[in-house]
Design a protein around this ligand. Structure first.
Ligand SMILES: [Fe+2]
Ligand SMILES: [Fe+2]
Length: 166
């Protein structure tokens, strides 16, 4: 797989993963709305931000000609995907997830998306010479890395919010 292909897959799978995370957070926020109003509001904010991340990545991918729909994100992303999917299925089937387990899992996911994917993986990939030459250019790389910086910062904020729920 060439690096441009890798970038396209990462972006697309990040879009879908952000949407999954957003849905999971929104559902969990609804579940605890009556008993834990304050925590519910904070989670809804993080859910809205995750959806916003999906929209921003979608815009970037489409504007920069990097948009591709990829059918195997589960295998491509691996553990973070599987964890979110399982949690979402638990909630959809009406099962309870206690707050402690929720915080623990979701904190791990935020770290995996922000620090591991956006910062350590996608950032160096996009900054590489091959990607700059073959599928972006010096100007669009700058825009992309700036936005990735912002997304990574947001993920840090999401981790902080989760910590504050303990
Ligand atoms: Fe995000
Ligand atoms: Fe996040």
């Amino acid at each position: 797989m060439d690096l441009c292909e890798l970038v396209r897959k990462h972006i697309y799978c990040s879009i879908v993963l952000e949407k999954l995370v957003s849905e999971f957070l929104s559902l969990y926020s609804e579940k605890i709305k009556k008993s834990l109003k304050d925590k519910s509001i904070l989670l809804k904010v993080v859910s809205i931000e995750s959806m916003k991340h999906a929209e921003i990545l979608d815009l970037l991918a489409k504007e920069l000609g990097l948009y591709v729909e990829y059918g195997d994100c589960r295998d491509f992303v691996g553990e973070p995907w599987v964890i979110v999917e399982n949690l979402l299925n638990e909630l959809r089937s009406g099962r309870e997830i206690d707050l402690k387990k929720f915080i623990e899992k979701q904190t791990w996911i935020e770290k995996a998306v922000g620090e591991e994917t956006y910062h350590k993986l996608l950032f160096p990939l996009i900054s590489s010479r091959e990607v700059e030459e073959k599928c972006l250019n010096i100007h669009t790389v700058k825009v992309f890395t700036k936005i990735l910086d912002k997304l990574t910062l947001d993920e840090k904020f999401h981790e902080e919010i989760l910590k504050s729920l303990e």
